[in-house]
Design a protein around this ligand. Structure first.
Ligand SMILES: Nc1ncnc2c1ncn2[C@@H]1O[C@H](COP(=O)(O)OP(=O)(O)OP(=O)(O)O)[C@@H](O)[C@H]1O
Length: 293
């Protein structure tokens, strides 16, 4: 659905987005993560034709954004929630956008309901909180029911109810075969929503994979047996470092296969053996620390 190849943007001689490439498939939610200044917004703006790339290109459904006659049917973007007219009401703003897209007014009521804005729809946007403005911008992105959603920090400013609603909405979009890319600088905002994470730092993609691939390690595992003393002794004998853990497992500094082989040879019946899951926040900080943002 979205194909990004070698996307690069140089400002004042400094590449702020540097050779970024990825593909997004239908039916998926991908988190685009990186600290402030990492290059997330610039990448999203290049995909939407709002910033001209220095090099590389992005194709939506096989074509560049600018080649779509009416791009709102291909991609819905939330790039800047403040880009709404403060003097209009939420409903008025969306009605105008619907008219431009050739959509009936009833579609406006549908999207207002989807983002939980019906009760506020007749108030002027100037009176909206950041969370409500985010909802208007999201409703705008959803208006023409495009297959691809590009959302820059959509959870910013939302209350817990709003966050839960948006998570549900994005998962539902993917379940219907849609594609979602949402940026955030906080892992905790997206780890319950996304299937895959793309981590960007200093303009470069530094990690790309499913959530669980990022958190599981292949060189450490957790193991448990009936006789934990015997287990520790056998593993140490085989040159594997072990540390007891409060949950009753031993942390073994070796892969699952090696631990399985050693314990099998020693005739130990295991009660549990699995790869260690690293804390997602730690992984994110490891990937993004020390590189200029
Ligand atoms: N129009 C511009 N002119 C010059 N520099 C720019 C411009 N737009 C962005 N930058 C710089 O490019 C870098 C990446 O910015 P970008 O907004 O893409 O990062 P981001 O990951 O979205 O960060 P944030 O989470 O803070 O929004 C930053 O150092 C920023 O100052």
């Amino acid at each position: 659905m979205l194909s990004v190849r070698g996307l690069t943007k140089v400002y004042g001689g400094r590449p702020v987005v540097n050779q970024v490439s990825f593909d997004l498939q239908p039916g998926t939610v991908t988190a685009f993560l990186g600290p402030n200044g990492a290059g997330k917004s610039t990448t999203l703006r290049m995909i939407c034709g709002l910033t001209v790339p220095t090099a590389g290109e992005a194709r939506i459904g096989g074509r560049p954004f600018t080649a779509w006659r009416n791009p709102c049917y291909a991609v819905g973007a939330l790039l800047d929630a403040s880009a709404t007219h403060p003097g209009r009401t939420g409903r008025g703003q969306l009605r105008m956008a619907a008219r431009l897209a050739g959509l009936p007014p009833r579609r406006v009521d549908e999207v207002l309901d989807m983002v939980g804005l019906t009760g506020f729809a007749n108030r002027r946007i100037a009176t909206y909180s950041l969370g409500l403005r985010q909802r208007v911008a999201l409703a705008h992105a959803l208006l023409a029911d495009p297959p691809l959603l590009l959302l820059d920090e959509p959870i910013n400013g939302l209350d817990p109810d709003g966050i839960r609603a948006i998570r549900g909405l994005l998962r539902m979009h993917a379940a219907r075969g849609g594609t979602v890319l949402l940026s955030s600088h906080l892992l905790s905002e997206v780890d319950q929503t996304a299937d895959r994470v793309l981590v960007i730092n200093g303009g470069r993609i530094v990690a790309d994979g499913p959530m669980d691939m990022l958190t599981s390690t292949t060189d450490r595992c957790l193991v448990r047996a009936k006789d934990m003393n015997q287990l520790a002794e056998v593993l140490r004998w085989a040159g594997i470092e072990v540390q007891p853990r409060p949950d009753g497992f031993l942390l073994a500094c070796a892969g699952v296969e090696q631990v399985s082989d050693v314990t099998f040879e020693a005739g130990i019946r295991l009660l549990g053996l699995r790869e260690e899951q690293r804390n997602l926040e730690d992984v994110f900080f490891q990937l993004t620390e020390g590189t200029p943002g």
